[in-house]
Write a protein that binds this ligand. Structure first.
Ligand code: AVI
Length: 332
C-alpha cells in the first residue's frame, strides 16, 4: 500500500464484515418489533446498481441537486479546505460527487470507504483514470460501525477532510447519527473538517414520490434486499407476497420505507423460524430530513459546528462544512 504521485491503479483493502456478522445482523433485526434490517444490507452489487438507478429517476432530485451544487461551488469549497488534505469519503458509492472537488483542491489525496467491494473497485478505477496524479485508496468496510483507518505512512500527518455526501446521515436514526458524527470526529482527528450533504424537509407528496418512483426502481431496490437474503444467506423466504411502501412521518421528519407482508408467512434461517403476520411491515430504511438549524443542533451534540453552508436555489438541499467546536476538543 504505497500511494504516490503517479499512481494509476486503484488499490482496495477488503474489511467487509464476515458472513456470520451479516447473518447475526439479519437475525437480530428480524427479532425486533417492528422488524427492521440495517440499511447497509441494501447495498450488495445489485443493490448498489439499483441505487444508482434511483439517482437517475426524475422524482429523486437529491443527487442531481447535490451534484449541481458541488459542481458550481467546487472552487469556493476548495478555498475553505487546506492544501494537501486527505479527503476521506464515507459511502463513496459511484464516487462521482467527489471528482469536481478533488479537481478544485490543492494537491489532495483520496480515501474511499464503501460496503460494496466490486462497486468501489469499479468506481475508484474510473475516478483514478480521471485524476491520475491524485493518490487514492479504497477500503471496503461498513462505515456505520467503529472503524480504524489503516492509513499509509505518507498520509498519517495530512490534514483530514471528511466527505459524507448524499444525505446518507438521514439513514441513521438521530441517536445513531450523533454517535456516528462523534466517531468520525475521533477517527479524523483534531482540526479535521467535515463536508456533509443534508436533504431538507419539503412537500410530503414530493418526498413520497422520490422514494416510490413511477418506474418502480425504489421498490426493486427494497425487494432486492429479500433476494439478497435468499441468495447470500440461504434464507428460505418468498419475496413475492411483499409490497413496498414509502410514507412521510411528520412527527419524525422522515420517510419510512417498508416491505409489507400481504399474507402470513414464515422465513427459515438455519434453525430459526421467523413468522410474518399478514399486514406486518419489515422496515428496510428510514430517511430523515433536516432543516439547516435542526441539523446544526444535531451536529453540535457530536462536537461539530457549522462554518459554511451552500444550498440550491430552492433551499431543498444543503452542503454544510463543519469544524470541531472548542467544547468538542476539550471533551475529546
Ligand atoms: C443513500 N440514502 C441517502 C438514500 C436516501 O435518500 O435516503 C437511500 C435511498 N433509499 C431509497 N431511495 C434512496
Amino acid at each position: 500500500m504505497s500511494p504516490h504521485a503517479t499512481a494509476q491503479h486503484f488499490e482496495l483493502l477488503d474489511l467487509h464484515p464476515a458472513p456470520t456478522d451479516v447473518s447475526k445482523a439479519v437475525i437480530d433485526g428480524l427479532k425486533r418489533t417492528p422488524k427492521q434490517l440495517p440499511a447497509w444490507l441494501l447495498y450488495d452489487r445489485q443493490g448498489s446498481a439499483l441505487f444508482d438507478a434511483i439517482c437517475q429517476q426524475p422524482e429523486y432530485t437529491l443527487t442531481r441537486l447535490e451534484k449541481e451544487l458541488i459542481g458550481s461551488q467546487a472552487q469556493a469549497i476548495a478555498e475553505a479546505l487546506p492544501a494537501e488534505a486527505l479527503v476521506v469519503e464515507f459511502g463513496a458509492g459511484s464516487a462521482e460527487k467527489v471528482s469536481p472537488l478533488l479537481g478544485a483542491m490543492d494537491k489532495p489525496s483520496y480515501l474511499a470507504i464503501d460496503i460494496s467491494a466490486e462497486h468501489l473497485q469499479e468506481a475508484g478505477t474510473r475516478l483514478q483514470e480521471r485524476h491520475p496524479s491524485i493518490p487514492m485508496l479504497g477500503i471496503c468496510a461498513d462505515y456505520s460501525q467503529p472503524l480504524e483507518l489503516p492509513l499509509p505512512k505518507a498520509w498519517q500527518s495530512k490534514p483530514m477532510v471528511g466527505f459524507f455526501p448524499g444525505s446518507s446521515l438521514g439513514n441513521f436514526e438521530p441517536d445513531a447519527a450523533i454517535n456516528f458524527l462523534q466517531r468520525i470526529r475521533q477517527l479524523l482527528g483534531e482540526n479535521a473538517q467535515l463536508l456533509i450533504g443534508i436533504d431538507q424537509p419539503r412537500e410530503p407528496s414530493l418526498l413520497e414520490a422520490a422514494y416510490d418512483d413511477n418506474a418502480g426502481v425504489s421498490a426493486a431496490f427494497a425487494k432486492n434486499l429479500l433476494l439478497r437474503l435468499q441468495r447470500d444467506l440461504a434464507i428460505e423466504l418468498d419475496p413475492e407476497p411483499f409490497t413496498y411502501q414509502a410514507a412521510w412521518e411528520p412527527k419524525h421528519q422522515r420517510i419510512a420505507m417498508t416491505l409489507v407482508a400481504n399474507s402470513p408467512q414464515t422465513w427459515t434461517i438455519g434453525a430459526s423460524r421467523i413468522p410474518f403476520a399478514a399486514g406486518e411491515a419489515l422496515i428496510t430504511e428510514y430517511s430523515y430530513k433536516y432543516a439547516p438549524s435542526d441539523f446544526l443542533a444535531l451536529a453540535a451534540q457530536a462536537g461539530w459546528q457549522g462554518s459554511q453552508r451552500w444550498s440550491d436555489a430552492d433551499d431543498h438541499f444543503s452542503l454544510h462544512l463543519l469544524t470541531q467546536g472548542d467544547d468538542a476538543r476539550m471533551n475529546a
